[in-house]
Design a protein around this ligand. Structure first.
Ligand code: SF4
Length: 470
């Protein structure tokens, strides 16, 4: 058999501006079921409320009607994702992080005074009439777009902002400028550049991510560790809550929670393999079901894929015995993978399909496990690559627009692939791995770009269509 041809990467395609994302923009606490359709729209509501508050009194006093128009995928699947209630919860002044357990789903049950928005001399009681479902095809650059409009009694526009939910709960708007950030000591825009920093400076990936975070945000190591521990604790809580709950999930699909039953069966199994796999499934289901029910989760990188890292984390702590320091470090390694995927391709189902959600989550979890096991940066990168490679092409086709089918089971599959990817990557000689993480991310971006819109969180194709036929 002939030797495979040697491969020279096209360096011009690998030169990228540096990642400038904070760890806490990636790992965010907020209510499910969708970072793009719940957390970011809630933040848009909050922002629009702040803009109204800042209007001069003479303009504010003329305000009469307020509408938030959902476009693109937000319009196509917003009902199933609870987008209108998320927008209203934000307009009422609640933040995703401090959102009470019963919101946004319980928004209509709040007393009228908690739903009242002051518009100068007028006030309105917020309800679903304030949110409109607009065009699915629209001219704006992001599918997940919403437009806030404030008008006077004659319909004249007093205030407008066009928001873009760009994936993972990140929010931008027309005219948005990235925040000014500090100069990073180890700038990188590719996995190759990240690895080069690690190898040249004899540093681990967590060392680099922490140093960059401190420089970007101006915060101390202790402050960052404190917030990271808090995020990890919220993630742990989401697993435990999900394991305790039973019953039907919201919506018309008739999907029952299974996490508790999966955990019971795993615990009762006399096969250690079945016990291990059963628990990994149960943990992923627990968080994915909590997310589907609108519970508070940590985006990793998104709400819909929040069960993947949470499941592997719980196995790492409860089954493999890793302590807090190893867990914290491993989260930083996982963050680097999420950063690169977002930076060079996308992490929203509406943008690149589920390969960007569960696929990236699986890659992050594989890197997390490889880092916790103490492997070299090259192995950490390879583990992430293997996990992502085997999610390439995965479409986003949530049945009825609800983040339940195929999403909940898919989180369990992503967690299993993450574990296996770490096994595969750590068993081989790192330098002989033939596909780079950069190549897998580039392939994900191109595949997502070419993917038909019906497979990108519009619930127009795939299982979302066949489920109703068969
Ligand atoms: S199919 Fe994947 S990307 Fe789409 S909503 Fe479900 S988890 Fe998110």
């Amino acid at each position: 058999m002939p030797e495979p041809a040697s491969r020279t990467p096209d360096s011009s395609r690998l030169e990228r501006p540096p990642v400038e994302t904070s760890i806490f923009e990636l790992f965010k606490a907020g209510p499910g079921p969708s970072s793009s359709h719940t957390i970011a729209p809630m933040r848009a509501g909050l922002d629009f409320r702040a803009l109204i508050d800042a209007l001069p009194p003479e303009v504010k006093n003329r305000a009469y009607s307020l509408k938030m128009r959902l476009l693109g995928s937000l319009s196509a699947t917003g009902r199933g994702h609870g987008t209108p209630l998320a927008v209203l919860t934000g307009l009422a002044g609640f933040t995703p992080r401090a959102c009470p357990e019963d919101l946004p789903a319980g928004f209509p049950d709040l007393p009228a005074e908690r739903r009242t928005l002051r518009l100068g001399e007028n006030s309105i009681v917020l309800d679903t009439d304030n949110v409109l479902f607009g065009e699915i095809d629209h001219p704006y650059p992001y599918s997940n777009t919403l437009v806030g409009e404030l008008r006077d009694v004659n319909g004249a526009l007093l205030l407008e902002r066009v928001y873009f939910s760009v994936g993972g709960g990140f929010l931008q708007w027309a005219g948005w400028e990235p925040p000014k950030r500090g100069q990073q000591p180890f700038p990188y825009g590719t996995a190759a550049a990240l690895r080069a920093h690690a190898e040249e400076n004899d540093l681990s990936i967590p060392d680099i991510v922490m140093s960059n975070e401190m420089a970007l945000t101006g915060r101390t190591r202790q402050e960052i560790q404190h917030d990271l521990d808090e995020a990890i604790e919220i993630m742990r809580n989401s697993v435990q809550r999900g394991l305790r709950r039973e019953g039907l999930l919201p919506g018309p699909l008739g999907v029952y929670r299974k996490a508790m039953q999966l955990a019971r069966k795993a615990d009762a199994s006399d096969s250690s393999l079945n016990r291990f796999l059963g628990l990994l499934n149960a943990y992923a289901f627990a968080v994915a079901e909590e997310n589907a029910a609108g519970g508070i989760i940590i985006t990793a990188p998104t709400c819909g894929s929040a069960g993947v890292m949470a499941a592997v984390l719980t196995i790492m702590e409860g089954y493999l015995g890793f302590g807090p320091e190893a867990v914290r470090e491993s989260f930083l390694a996982a963050a680097s993978v999420g950063f690169l995927a977002r930076h060079n391709a996308g992490i929203a189902g509406a943008e690149v399909g589920c390969q960007g959600e569960v696929g990236v989550a699986s890659a992050m979890a594989a890197a997390m496990l490889a880092q916790a096991r103490g492997f070299a940066p090259r192995v950490v990168e390879n583990a992430a690559e293997v996990a992502l490679e085997h999610h390439l092409g995965l479409t986003c086709d949530p049945v009825g627009g609800y983040v339940q089918i195929p999403c909940i089971e898919r989180n369990a599959m992503g967690a299993l692939k993450a574990y296996n990817a770490c096994l595969v990557a750590s068993a081989e000689e790192p330098g002989k791995h033939r596909v780079s993480l950069d190549a897998a991310i580039m392939a994900m971006g191109e595949t997502g770009h070419d993917m038909n819109a019906k497979y990108k969180e519009t619930a127009g194709g795939g299982l979302a269509a066949s489920w109703f036929v068969c």
